[in-house]
Design a protein around this ligand. Sequence first.
Ligand code: BGC
Length: 725
Amino acid sequence: MIQNQTWICADNITKAGKCPVLVKNFDSDNVVRAELSITAKGVYYAELNGERVGNFIMAPGFTFYLKRHQYQTYDITALLKNGENHLEVTVSAGWYAGRIVSRFGDWKPEIIAEIVLEYADGAKEIIGTDNTWLAGEGKVVFSDIYDGEIFDATRAVSNLVPAVPDIDADTSNLIPQEGEYVVEREVFAGSRIFTTPKGETVVDFGQNLIGYPQLSINAKAGEKVCVSFAETLDKDGNFYNENYRSAKCIYEYTCCDGEQIFKPRCTFYGFRYIRIDEFPGSATLDEDTFTAIAVYSDMKKTGHLACSNEKLNQLFSNVFWGQRCNFLDIPTDCPQRDERLGWTGDAQVFCKTASYNFDTRRFFYKWLRDMKAQSERYGYVGFTVPGGPTPMAAAWSDAAVIVPWQIYTIYGDKTFLEEMIDTMIQHVEKIAEESEEQYTWRGGKNLRQFGDWLATDSLDKDRDGAFVTTTYSGATNPDFLQAAFYAYDTAILAEALEVLGRDGAYYRDLHSKIIEKFQKDFPEYHTQTECVIALRFNLTSDREATAALLSRMIRENGDRMSTGFVGTPHILHALSDVGKTDLAYTLLLQENFPSWLFSVNLGATTMWEHWDSINKDGDMWSTTMNSFNHYAYGAVADWIYEVAAGIGRENGSAGFDSLVIAPHPDKRLDWLEASIETDKGIVSSKWIHTVDGGVRYEITVPASARIIIDGKSKNIEKGTYVFYR
Ligand code: BGC
C-alpha cells in the first residue's frame, strides 16, 4: 500500500520552476508482473529504462491536495528488464507549487512510490521510497504550467545525492486515481508555415487547442529550438499573444545530435499558432517539423450536433473544442493565460452541455469531490475549485448545488447525489448565515459580486459614438442575481432531498418565503438577464408580462442579446419556455455583435471569452482580459440538444429513462440533427424540411419514449421511427 511508504524529497533542488529527478536503480529477475504506484507534490514524469511509464499527461492531476491527493498505479511488467532497472522520475511544481497557485518560491519536490514485483512462485517484493533513492538534476531545466518548459537534450542526470525521507509528511490524503486520465488525443499534422508582415515565421495548426507541439528534427548537439504561442493573429496578420498576460509559455529545446523527437513533459499550452523564435541552422523547417497534439481528459464523446447551416456547424465544433480545451483534469475558465483555474461559475453554466457532449461522470465526480472537501474544510464553496479559500459569488458558488443536480438529472445516479447532498445543504445554509437580510442573499463579509459577467448591457457610447464597455459585470443588479440564485438553489435542494427519499418540506417552505421577498424587492426587471432569470427560476408572478418585456428588449436591441455569463446560457430556453422558440432561433442565427455567429464569421475555432474578443474592426477587446478559449457561451448547445432537436425527459425524471422527444424545426434551417450516446444506446433526433413544405422527422430511441410533434403525443418503443408532417 502506497500509504505505508514515505514521501521523499529532492531537497537539493527546491526552487519551484527547477525540475529535479528522483532515481531508483533496482534489480529484477524473472518477474511475472510488476506495478508502480506513484504520485508527486507537483507533476511527475516517470521513465523506466528510458521508456515513459503510462500515458497520463500532467499526473497526478489537480485536486484539493490537502485532503485528496491522487496516486496512479501502472502495470510496468513490459518495461522491466532482467538485471538492473533504472527508474527516473522528473518532478515539476505543477499545480502543487507552481505559479498557478503561488509565486515562485521554495518548494519541497517530493514523490512517494511503491513498486510491487511478483514472481512465478507467487512471492512478492516491494520497493518503496526511502533514502536509497537519489535526487539530482535532469534534462528538464525549467517547467511551469504558466511559463512553459526548457529542456536540454545534451544534459545528463547529474549532482545526484541521496533523497531525503520526509517522515512527518501525511499519507492519509492519498487516494487512487478518480478522474479520467489526461491523455494525448487529436494530432494536427501538416501545418501551414508562413511569414507574417513583420517578417516572423509562424506555424498555423488550423485549430485553437490545448496541449503541446511535438518537434521532429535532425540537428546538431547544442543547437536550439525556441517557439512562442498564440491563439490568434492581430488585424495586420501578425503573431499576437499579449492576451496570455504574465504566462510566459516558453518552449525551448536544446538538441542532441541526429534525428530526435521532443514534446514537453510537465506543462501544456493553449494555442493555434507558434512563432519560430530560434531554429537550428543545420536543420530544415518544413510542414512535418511540428505537429500539435491535443491533450485533455480522456472522456468518451457522446454527443453529436449537425445542421444545414455551415456557420452553426462551426459554432458546434467551437463548443466541442471549447470543452476539450478546458477539460484538462478540471473544468477551467481558459487554457492559455495566467489563470487556467477551476472557476465554479463557468463550470456551473456549461456542465449540462458538457455532459451531453461527453461522458463527464468520472471527470465531474472527481471535481465535485474536491468541491465537497473544500466546502468541509472552509465551510463554503468559493469561486474556484480546487484551491484555497476564495469569496462566495452568486452563480459561481451556486455550482455547489447546481452542478451535482445537473449531473444527476443527466445521468440519474442517486448514489452520487447522496454523496453531494451535504455540500448542497451547506451552501444554502451558508447563504442564510452570511446574508444581512432574511430570505434573501444580500451583503455579507465574504461576498464577491461578478454580476452578469461580461454582459454587454453596460455598453456606453464614447465621444466618437463607438461603444465601450463600462464595467465587466454588466447592468444586471447583482443583488437581484444573489436573491435569484438563493431561490433556485433552495428549490433544487428540496427536490434533491425528495429524490433521495428525504424530507424537502423545510426547503420548500423556505423557497416560497424567498420568492415572496424577491417579488417585493424586485418588482421590475431592467435587463434581459433579469427577465431571463426571473422566467427560468420561476421568480416572476406574471410570466406573460415578463416574456413580453424580454421579447421587447431583444427586439429593441436589434434582435440581439445583451446578456453575459449568467443570462446567456438560459436565454434561448427562457424564450422557448414561453413559446417564443422563433425568437430563440433569431438569436441563434444572429450574426451581428453580440451573437454566437459573430465570432464564427471572424474565424473563431473555439468559444471566445467576450462576444467581441475581436471587434468588427479587428481590434482586441483588451490586452488584459481576452481569452479566445472560454467555454461559457458554448452552453448554447444544450438548447440545441433539448429544444431544437428536442431530446428531453419527462418532468421529474432523471437519466435517459423517461425520454421525451419534442423537436422544434425552424424554416431558416433545412435540417438539424442531434444525438447522444446513453448507457442504453443512442438517442437521436433529426428533422428535415421536405420539398413539399412538410417536415420529415427521424427519431431513434434506446428504450420506450414519448414523441411530441406539433403538440401531439405518441408513445413508442425502442427503435427508429420516421414521421412526416
Ligand atoms: C475568469 C472567468 C471567471 C471570472 C470571474 C475571470 O478572470 O477568466 O472565466 O469566471 O474571472 O468573474
